[in-house]
Structure formats: C-alpha cells, structure tokens
Design a protein around this ligand. Structure first.
Ligand SMILES: *Cc1c(COP(=O)(O)O)cnc(C)c1O
Length: 366
C-alpha cells in the first residue's frame, strides 16, 4: 500500500475484474484527475517520502498498488521482464543451487547457463511436469524457479504441491506468472515467495512497452525479500520510465476483457486446429490464450506458415491485443527441447472466425 493511494474499503470483496479498473488511482476530490498521474520528475522537493526518482515515482506506485493487489503481495515495477528476472535471481546466494525447468523462457535459460559457466550457481534442470522429480531435486537447493505454463511448450507444473514442498524444505520459490496473469493463477496463494512478470506481455497488453515486475508475499519473510529487491532496483539503476508504466496501467484496465476473449478464442482455435491435416500436435492446457502447434512438413512448413498469414502478426512476443505467431526455433538460443516445427500462437482479441480463416489458409499453403 502506497501513501496517497487509498484502497476501496472493501477491495478484497471486489472481483479481480473490478479491481483492475478501480485500483491505482488517486483519492477522489473535486477537480482531481480520474486516472493515475504521469509524473515526469527526476527529483522531488525535499521533506517528502521519496527524494529522488531512482527510488520512487507516483506513477510506479499506482501500477504497483494495482498489480500487488491482484497477485496478493507487494509489487515492484522494473524496466523489463528480464530486469525482473535478474532482480529475483539476485536473491540467490553466490554459488547457490537453483532447481529450474529444462525448457523455459530462453532469457531465463541463458541467464542460468551464464551463471553456471562463471561458477556463480549450480543448476539442476527438471521436467516441471514430473512433480516427484522436482521435489527430489529440492534437497539442499536454495531456489526453485518455476514457469507455468512454460514458454513455449505450455507444460503445467503442480504449483500447490511444488511450492508447498519448497516451503517445507526452506527453498525460496519464484514463479514466472507471465503466461497466466493474476486473473488465471495467483502463485503467492499457493505459497510462492516471489512472482515475476514480463509486464510487456498481457499486463500491458498492447505491444508498445517493455516492462517487468517482481511481486513478493505479504509475510514478514516476503517483506524482507521486498526490501532486498527495492535495494537491487535502486542500486542497479535500470529503472522503468514513468511513461511506460503509465501506459501499462492504462493497458491493465482491460486485462480481464482481453484475457477472457483470448482464452475463449484460444480454446476454439485449439479445437479447430486439432482436426486440421497440416497440424500434427496441438498444445493448450485448456486455459490461457497461448496455443503451440506442431506443423506437418517440419521446420520449413512451420516457417512458411508464419510467413503466409495476413492478420496474424509474424513477430516474437505475446499477450498483445493483436494475434501473433512465431516459429520459436528460428531463435538460436531457444532450448533444444522445443521442436523445430513448433509454432507458438498468441491469440489476440480479434474475431475468432477471422483468425481461423487466416490461419487455415496459411496452414493450407504451408
Ligand atoms: C517475455 C518473457 C520474459 C522476458 O520479458 P521481457 O519483458 O521481454 O524482458 C520472461 N518470462 C517470460 C515467460 C516471457 O514470456
């Protein structure tokens, strides 16, 4: 809770769909603006809570209040999803042991490999769907890193059991909740210590900003982690621009509508794709707006698919209002577990029949 940003008296009883709209605003007063302020100032008149804008900004606070409430913890906004990943990994002691998915967001995979190569960490790579194997790997570990569903294989981890086991063994747990958003999954409620987000994706939702966030549990231990992330952010200094944060908060206002529509269309498209003869496998956990498919005819056919759509945007990234697709293995750093012919579809909010028509004509040409 940030000073100057009063919560609705019954916030906890409001639905998340209402909270994304109502939170992160100034106290109502005659003549007061309705939205959050966009504060562009590097410094502040002396005597207030914050001296200098590397440590705080009212636009950040408005976004952090809204996201923290949605996840059920204390949020900090950072310059990108990778800045949030680095901030969360700063909680790992030097030389510590991390249990992490064998295939996950490639920036996380690359960061862990780099730490391992320089002797700063030991990484135990696990199949996150093998709950017993993940629990066995926790013995003597310092940090459990989870992503669920994973990017782009859409593997789902048993968060309640894994986070419970990590907690019992005193292993710090971090969940990358980018794909699910707090509307579909709240890891802190299952016992996670830290949640990270690429705000760039669904939360901001319009493919126009890069941002990240770290959310810590509202427990005494969680608050101690929060302070460490505040220090990391202030001293590393790669902070978010207020304009980007203001745009992200504006995007967040429609998160519930966008996620609902993307999820409904993703389910429909997953069903239709399963019976298309050019598709050999459809991955969709049954929820969320991302679908990954494997294309008959291999990498070349998958690549042709990406280059044959008119409405679907062939680009990396996901979670925007516009539908996007990409053959992930075109990126050299993508983990080898990802099939060469896998195309990740990020379903946007367009009309589902228009999306299907464009996709099926492109599949026919692949
Ligand atoms: C995109 C992404 C990131 C990195 O976020 P950036 O905003 O691009 O730095 C981290 N995790 C997941 C799951 C992502 O999809």
């Amino acid at each position: 809770m940030t000073p100057g940003q009063p919560e609705h008296p019954d916030t906890d009883r409001l639905s998340p769909a209402t909270r994304v709209v109502a939170l992160g605003r100034e106290e109502a007063a005659p003549g007061q603006q309705v939205g959050a302020p966009l504060v562009l100032s590097s410094t502040y008149h002396a005597g207030g809570d914050v001296m200098y804008a590397r440590s705080g900004n009212p636009t950040w606070s408005a976004f952090e209040q809204a996201l923290g409430n949605l996840e059920g913890g204390d949020a900090l906004v950072l310059a990108s999803g990778m800045a949030a990943v680095s901030a969360a990994l700063s909680l790992l002691p030097h030389g510590g042991t991390v249990v992490a998915p064998d295939a996950a967001y490639n920036g996380v995979v690359a960061t862990l490999e780099a730490r391992e190569a320089e002797g700063a960490a030991t990484v135990r790579r696990v199949d996150v769907t093998d709950t017993a194997a993940v629990i066995a790997a926790l013995d003597g570990a310092d940090l459990l890193w989870l992503e669920s569903p994973t990017n782009p294989l859409l593997e789902v981890a048993d968060l309640p059991r894994l986070l419970g086991a990590a907690h019992d063994q005193g292993v710090l747990s971090v969940v990358d909740n980018t794909f699910a958003t707090p509307l579909l999954q709240r890891p802190l409620e299952h016992g996670a210590d830290v949640v990270v987000h690429s705000v760039t994706k669904y939360l901001a939702g319009h493919s126009d900003v890069l941002l990240g966030a770290v959310v810590t549990a509202s427990t005494p231990a969680g608050r101690a982690l929060h302070e460490r992330v505040v220090t990391h952010r202030t001293l590393h200094g790669a902070i978010a621009g207020p304009m980007e944060v203001w745009l992200a908060l504006r995007g967040l206002r429609t998160l519930h509508l966008r996620v609902e529509r993307a999820q409904a269309s993703a389910r429909e498209l997953a069903t239709r794709l399963a019976s298309h003869r050019a598709v050999t496998r459809v991955r969709h956990p049954g929820w969320g707006g991302i679908v990954s498919i494997e294309v008959a005819g291999g990498a070349d056919a998958a690549q042709r698919l990406c280059e044959s759509t008119h409405l679907w945007v062939y680009s990396t990234s996901l979670g925007g209002v516009e539908s996007q697709l990409e053959r992930r293995r075109r990126i050299p750093s993508e983990p080898p577990q990802v099939p060469e012919n896998l195309v990740r579809l990020s379903v946007g909010i367009e009309d589902v029949d228009d999306l299907w028509n464009d996709l099926s004509q492109a599949l026919d040409r692949a």
